[in-house]
Design a protein around this ligand. Structure first.
Ligand SMILES: Cc1cc2nc3c(=O)[nH]c(=O)nc-3n(C[C@H](O)[C@H](O)[C@H](O)COP(=O)(O)O)c2cc1C
Length: 253
């Protein structure tokens, strides 16, 4: 069983590659579970549980953290629970955050691996351009095969947190919470009212009104799916994003 969350496609790509390599076709999109209010799952005998998602401010995307809080799944001491966390740089404290969230549900994380993928956080910096992204995906494909072998062999990893790491994590989570506002999102004059932004928003916080998207929550996940997946690059966040690249896995071809 593989749970995944993805904004711009990297983690979905990783989850699907892993699903093929480890021969686990039970692949579950967290976004759909949240939309359908589905939090209860049953494991087959000896089935492993995997989590694939992206690191957010060194921690978990809020949608993943909230999903785990409600997750009901019966494990045994032998259940191998693994995670592959995609990141522009590295997974930071997110493995520890995942371990703590899961243990509150009596699910015990056995292994967590970081996977470097193209950067997508357009709100903070310029996302990866096409050729660089292609090269990163090529490397990731090779790494995913290696990780699949480790998962198949049930190789455990250390998931520790130092006091310094924990302090940094706490600060980063405060920053994430502060940054998750939607006030600065808007559609510019290039908007063609196609509604794609509303369709891809994992929490359904975008509504089309009078031919323009409108953000109806004060805070969102900040996954950047809306802005990075807009087919005409019409979505902006404040003044800086106009000149920045857009990234989503489809542009890598
Ligand atoms: C809100 C936000 C925060 C992020 N924080 C980090 C981070 O702390 N460290 C890092 O290496 N990458 C960070 N990234 C980059 C993404 O983790 C990375 O591009 C990821 O592979 C995107 O996955 P997706 O395509 O499945 O959405 C962040 C991206 C977003 C949108």
């Amino acid at each position: 069983m593989i749970f995944y969350f993805s904004g711009t496609g990297n983690s979905e790509f990783a989850a699907k590659e892993l699903s093929q390599h480890i021969n686990d076709g039970n692949i579950i999109n967290i976004t759909e579970c949240v939309r359908e209010n589905k939090y209860s799952f049953t494991l087959e005998n000896n089935e492993k549980i995997g989590f694939v998602f992206l690191v957010f401010y060194d921690g978990l995307p809020i949608i993943v953290a909230d999903f785990i809080k409600k997750l009901e799944i019966k494990t045994t001491p032998e259940t191998f629970v693994w995670a592959v966390i995609t990141a522009g740089a590295n997974m930071g404290g997110s493995a520890y955050a995942l371990k703590m969230s899961l243990s509150a549900r009596w699910i015990f994380l056995s292994a967590a691996y970081s996977l470097t993928m193209p950067d997508n956080y357009i709100i903070m910096y310029n996302p990866c351009e096409k050729e660089h992204a292609k090269a990163k995906i090529k490397n990731a494909k090779i790494k995913l095969e290696e990780l699949a072998n480790k998962i198949k062999a049930k190789e455990k990893t250390e998931i520790e947190s130092s006091l310094l790491g924990q302090t940094k994590y706490d600060i980063m989570q405060k920053a994430y919470n502060f940054m998750r506002g939607t006030k600065k999102f808007f559609a510019d004059e290039n908007c063609v009212a196609c509604g794609k932004c509303a369709a891809v928003c994992p929490i359904g916080c975008i509504e089309m009104k009078n031919g323009k998207p409108y953000w109806n929550e004060k805070k969102c996940v900040h996954c950047t799916a809306c802005i990075n997946r807009c087919p005409v690059n019409a979505l902006q966040y404040g003044k800086k994003t106009k000149k920045r690249n857009r990234y989503n896995i489809e542009i890598t071809g």
